[in-house]
Design a protein around this ligand. Structure first.
Ligand SMILES: Nc1ncnc2c1ncn2[C@@H]1O[C@H](COP(=O)(O)OP(=O)(O)OP(=O)(O)O)[C@@H](O)[C@H]1O
Ligand SMILES: [Mg+2]
Length: 281
């Protein structure tokens, strides 16, 4: 009896330990910088960014305009290559992938919801949703079927034959969500998914992302809204001037500042501004 009780007491701990160990790392940025040459100078859009995203996590990226959030998302989604540093997708260094292999892996694994929707204006709503599946070699019948299903899911079954210019901003955002799900990705990258929406439509979009996260999908979302990060995210990366300024993590209903832990990690890795500033010589 006693043993059983003890077992119950310790199971929580063991389970938590187990969870920590089995958590699969899906994306990792290791000392990543993105610099753009501009005239005689250089714009340091991102500097020494170092973070890991685990399977099933809901990550928020926050920071003022111009702090590097979209740049970080493009790198996380391997749409862009870093100037310095390494990006790992499922443990593999993406700079070692061939271009076509990377496009294939990215197309299957990651769904993008862009800040500005990025719908193709001369394709219908349905064709926009079908497009990512074409690059994966999915048959036309299946593409049609899946696009139908996804558009019904985001309540746009009656707008499939419209063009993006003929629907509202909120509807465009929902098309972008349907498109992001076309290849049943493990990871969804959403750059300000509610930025152009009214509160009510924004809430529907967020509920949708939360539902996908509960089904096991990893969600990485850029937002300007602290209440959204607080409500949905497990961990928040705060950027400032292209650098990691702060990391906060959910513990129950509250968020705790784990920047120190991240600093320690960076120091152990021996890089990053954070690491450098703490390095003992
Ligand atoms: N292609 C580019 N060439 C030169 N500079 C760029 C380029 N793309 C971004 N930048 C610069 O890099 C910085 C970070 O841009 P980014 O788009 O990542 O910001 P952001 O945090 O997403 O901002 P916002 O909240 O306004 O969307 C900005 O100063 C921007 O001007
Ligand atoms: Mg942006």
């Amino acid at each position: 009896m006693c043993g059983e009780i003890r077992g119950q007491i310790y199971i929580g701990d063991l389970f938590w330990q187990g969870m920590k160990e089995v958590r699969k790392e899906v994306i990792r940025l290791r000392n990543v910088s993105k610099h753009y040459p501009m005239g005689k100078g250089v714009v340091k859009a991102l500097n020494h960014l170092d973070f890991k995203v685990f399977e099933g996590e809901f990550v928020a990226i926050m920071g003022p305009s111009g702090s590097g959030k979209s740049t970080a998302m493009n790198l996380v989604g391997s749409l862009d290559m870093p100037t310095y540093g390494t990006i790992y997708l499922d443990g593999g260094d993406i700079s070692e992938f061939s271009e076509s292999n990377l496009a294939q892996v990215r197309g299957k694994k990651i769904g993008f919801i862009f800040q500005s929707f990025n719908l193709i204006p001369n394709l219908t709503v349905k064709e926009n949703v079908m497009l990512p599946m074409m690059f994966q070699g999915t048959s036309i019948e299946e593409r049609e079927y899946k696009a139908d299903e996804l558009l019904k899911l985001v309540e746009l079954g009656d707008r499939m034959e419209h063009y993006p210019g003929e629907i509202s901003g909120g509807q465009m955002q929902r098309v972008a969500i349907a498109r992001s799900l076309a290849n049943d990705p493990e990871v969804i990258l959403a750059d300000e998914p509610t930025g152009n929406l009214d509160t009510k439509t924004g809430a529907i979009v967020m509920e949708f992302l939360e539902k996908l996260n509960r089904q096991g999908k990893t969600v990485i979302m850029v937002t300007h809204e602290p209440y959204l990060a607080k409500k949905y995210a497990d961990i928040v990366y705060w950027l400032l001037d292209g650098e990691l300024d702060k990391v906060t993590k959910r513990v129950g209903k509250n968020f705790v500042d784990v920047t120190k832990v991240k600093k320690k990690e960076a120091r152990e890795n021996g890089f990053g501004k954070i690491g450098k500033s703490l390095r003992v010589r």
